[in-house]
Design a protein around this ligand. Sequence first.
Ligand SMILES: [Zn+2]
Length: 77
Amino acid sequence: MNRALCLPNNREWTAEEFSSLAPPRRDSLKRRLVCLDCGARAIFQSAGRRRRPVFRASHRKDCAVVAPAWGVFRFLQ
Ligand SMILES: [Zn+2]
């Protein structure tokens, strides 16, 4: 997913914004990221050679962020 919520102040981040933070700040915030909809704990995955930065989470079944059709790929969203 491209967006996540950071809990202490309910700040919404896009993965691109989050990846541009200074590493110390990013480290202190990344343990508090959750999915915008279901509140599942989210992790940040920084950009790779051919990959944009993303957030990943183990969403709840009824989470609106993941379309039902994706099923087994839920964790990858
Ligand atoms: Zn979710």
